[in-house]
Structure formats: structure tokens, C-alpha cells
Design a protein around this ligand. Sequence first.
Ligand code: FEC
Length: 313
Amino acid sequence: MKKKIGVLVMSYGTPKSLDDVEAYYTHIRRGNPPAPEQLKELKDRYEAIVGGVFPLRENTDRQVEGIQAELDRLELPDAEFVCYQGLKHAHPFIEDGVRNMAADGIAEAVGIVLAPHYSTMSVGSYIKRAKETAEETGVKMSFIESYHLHPKLIEAFSKRVSAKLDAFVESGAPRDEVKVLFSAHSLPERILSIGDPYRDQLLETSEAVAAAAGVTNWQFTWQSAGRTAEPWLGPDVLDTMKELSEKEVRYMLVSPLGFVSDHLEVLYDLDIEAQDVAAELDVRLMRIDSLNTDPLYMQTIADCIVTECKKGA
Ligand code: FEC
């Protein structure tokens, strides 16, 4: 009989419905309920994207199915992988995922986050929670911390950048006049003082994708900074767009490399908020398509899992 290896696929999580936004936001705020105006503002953002539908849930479901299919296709002689979902801020939580594995008799598992870059505040906190529950339940777990330079990930992103640059050219824009803006979720500036690799990994991905797509006219910028009093990493994409437009840049291609799925931070922050700013500035803004279930991305994850298992064998 083949040995069953659990795969804990972790993702951010999204509310089930508009009624669930308050509980979700309270969880993000570590148990502190949001003020009524903060709650309204977040609900308005969800309502603005496809009328209050929460695409991240279905996208994560599909990604987990895609990863399972990719792992099944490998047909390893001695091992069989079984994927479980664990979400950071929604059901099934990370802890539920690990407990579900233990309840199914899984003794060994690998954990991976659907976010390619490591930060103590993002991927690190997913892993910490999974590790704690794994120790409690006796599941032997190892983790993939980052995969930001995996060749298939770089290929998937660079194909998307090239496709949108072609679309710019077809619509009459000179290719080398399109500024490619690689972006990722901002984090509080204090991560830099603790030697966090997040920013450097993002710059490495940007450089690799630019090289693969033959792009020299690019820069990195942050997006979606939290609404807290402390300083967050900048410049923000909206400020970058304003600054570039003052320098007569008229074509911009935003390429969110820190995200792998369509969700609020892409569909609202870029497709609505940044597009509104682009219209005010008379700038033509496009965005690369999200990876979602791109086979190259599914293969990236499957390959990381198998490589991690071989390390432990
Ligand atoms: O579509 C959806 O329903 C969920 C979209 C979503 C994704 C996402 C990814 C990341 N976040 C990261 C860091 C922070 C930090 C805070 C924070 C707050 C929010 C809020 C919402 C939200 N995030 Fe998020 N994030 C998404 C949504 N995020 C909503 C609360 C309102 C607001 O501030 O806009 C601040 C709170 C804290 O201190 O914890 C920090 C990072 C990522 C990318 C990596 C990952 O996916 O884990 C980093 C998707």
C-alpha cells in the first residue's frame, strides 16, 4: 500500500458572505472588532467587485483541486498525496486543516502557502500556526517557505507580462514606452529592521520576470497598505502612477507578483482604485491576468512539494 502524505495548502481566506465580513475583519485585527465606518468601507469594497461575490474562496478551491490533480498525475510508486485546505482568516482555518489530516490518520505532511514570497508577518505566521497544531496532534510536518524564483513561476508571470505588452502594442503604444510596475502587498516598515527577506525576494522575482520577458522599463512598487497608524512600505502604486505621469509616462502595466489569485486586493485595489487614478491622470493602465489555476503555477507547487518530500526521505 502506498504511504499517504498530507499536503496542507494554505491561503488567505475570504468571508462567506457580506454578513460574514465583520467576523473576518475582526479575525484579521486579532480579535479587535472594526469601527462601524471601517466595516462599512470594507463591505463597500467587496460590493464594488462583482457585486459582493467573494472570488477568492472559489479560486482557492480550484487551485487546491488543480494541485491535487497535478500530484496525482505524478503517480509516485510509494507515496500518495492528499491535499487539505487551511485558511489564515476563514474556515477551514489552518488549525482545522491540520486536525483534519490527523483525524484521517495522516502521520506525515508538507505545508505550502499560496503566496510565493516569505515574510515573518505573512508566510511565517501561517507556518507558525500549522506547526503548533501539528505538534499538538502528532503530525510530522515540514514546510516550503518560499518559491519566488521557481522557473515555472517565472515563466508563468513573464508570459502574462509579454501578453499584455503585446496588447499595448496592438492598441498603438510603443512597447518600450510601457512602464511595467511590479507590485506586491505592502507590510509595516518595521519588517526591514528584523532582516525580513520579503522585499529582497520580491525584487528578485521582479528582476527574473523582467529578464524573461525582455523588459528593461520597469520598477517595483507596493500596494494595498493596511489602514493602521504605523508606517508601511512605500511608495504605493497610486503615488508611483502620479509621479510617473508627471514625467510624461502614459502607458503602465501593473503586474502584481505577490498575489496568485483574483481577489479583493487585485479586483478592487488595482482594477477599480488604480484604474480611477489612471483615468484622472489620463494614463492607460493594464494589469496582467492573475495566475489562478495556470498549469505552470500548479506544477510549481507540485514540484515544491515533491522536492520537499525527497529532502525528508
Ligand atoms: O479577497 C479577499 O477576500 C481577501 C483579499 C486579501 C488578500 C490579502 C493578502 C495579504 N495581506 C497581507 C498583509 C496584511 C496585513 C494587514 C492586512 C489586512 C487586510 C484587510 C483585508 C485584507 N488584508 Fe491582507 N489580504 C487581503 C485582504 N493584510 C480585507 C483588512 C482591511 C485592510 O487593511 O484593507 C493588516 C492587519 C494585520 O496587521 O494583520 C499586514 C499580505 C498578503 C499577501 C500574502 C498572503 O496572501 O498571505 C502580506 C489576498
